[in-house]
Design a binder for this molecule. Sequence first.
Ligand code: GLN
Length: 487
Amino acid sequence: MSDLTQLTLSEVRAKLADKTLTALDVTEAALARIQATEPTVQALLSVQAEEARARAKALDAQGPDAAKPLWGVPLVVKDVLCTKDAPTTCGSKILENFRPVYDATAVARLKDAGAIILAKANMDEFAMGSTTENSAYFATKNPWDTSRVPGGSSGGSGATVAACQCFGALGTDTGGSIRLPASFCGIVGLKPTYGRVSRFGMVAYGSSLDQIGPMTRTVEDAARLLQVIAGHDERDSTSVNTPVPDYVAGLAQSNDLKGLTIGLPEEYWDKGLSSEVAEACAAAIKQAEALGAKTVPVRLKLSEYAIATYYIIAVAEASSNLARFDGVRYGHRDHDAQSLIEMYVKSRTQGFGEEVQRRIILGTYVLSSGYYDAYYRKAAQVRRLIRQDFEAALTQCDVIMGPVCPTTAFKVGEMTADPLQMYLMDIFTISTNLAGLPGMSLPVGLGRDSGMPVGLQLTGRAFDEARLLQVAGVLERNVPATGLPSL
Ligand code: GLN
């Protein structure tokens, strides 16, 4: 691997700014790395090589611009985010030929900051899944061990960053889809508070849960990407108009964790947690104590209902959001159908994969008039209680810590036959989305048994991403380095 592609986003940015490297040098190195590793990793659904080269040349012709914090930096975005004139398939056949006429706000902000969009990352179809095996195109492999899954649904984003094909990526997280692949691929992933990042131009899955966030090789890199994409957008009415702090400056503020109180939910340590994940997370928390943090037990007593609640709310919203893919307004159309209804049925049957169909059926069921009160309304009530649980816990501590996932990355195909088993992978991540809070995955070393990366989850108060980054930044310097896969 060329040393250049192993640089962090922050390092490459500095070398671009002082002209040690040109945007074209960096872009060519990333494209060469993609060419060398993509046959085995399969992280990308499309590569915009010519557009990226042209953009790099145009940037070089103008010269570095100090006002653009990502000037010349090649990035990848998940294929659920609209990119002007470039494919946006959501990992689905139904959008195989979709080329949006506009950029998602998060993508537009990256471009305005000088970034170069190299490629679109593979994902579970419409972000439904935990392994990226639900992509309608191909399954992405984990760069640490290509017989294993990269996690999902932002598995393409996780794998492309871990494989050093780019310097950072955007993922989306509805129930864990940034944190889980970050954990499995040994990188940093941050799901911001609901409302922190505009969802305009993100193809919706569960609109009240979805958030876009950074996936990077370091905490500082995550801070730099979040800085650019965060902030109010009048085109998303749920984006909150609250000031965005200087995340990067915040990182430099401390070298220890004195004064920090960490909440440890009892509920997180007995749910079929594998011993290697428990061990690595416990060691990181011990390290946090050695750095001055205090730990207190907290209760999240409703966590046992989180999966059931999530899989009612998320599928209900999905069934409504995906109604627009009907072969008329959007998406693939069957041309042989003899009637309108037949055209809808055939187009959707051909266009959607099995998991998406399962969720549309479930969602339609829980919203149907006879069952709405029993399922959807009940779930909405439990959701409120889960949120209150978190709010109460976060009055006793500043950050909650626990594992991201009960296991490290498992083998491709190991879980596909059992969707319920697969849903359990989200046990530690989904309540954060139900509560709308920020959550982060930080690599804390390799598991003793599998040799695969382990992620520690940090959950914070609403809009307190700065603290998550700061705490993660201190820990990152003090836990065993996870390193990069030898690919
Ligand atoms: N695995 C969860 C699901 O399938 C979460 C996915 C996500 O966060 N997009 O719904």
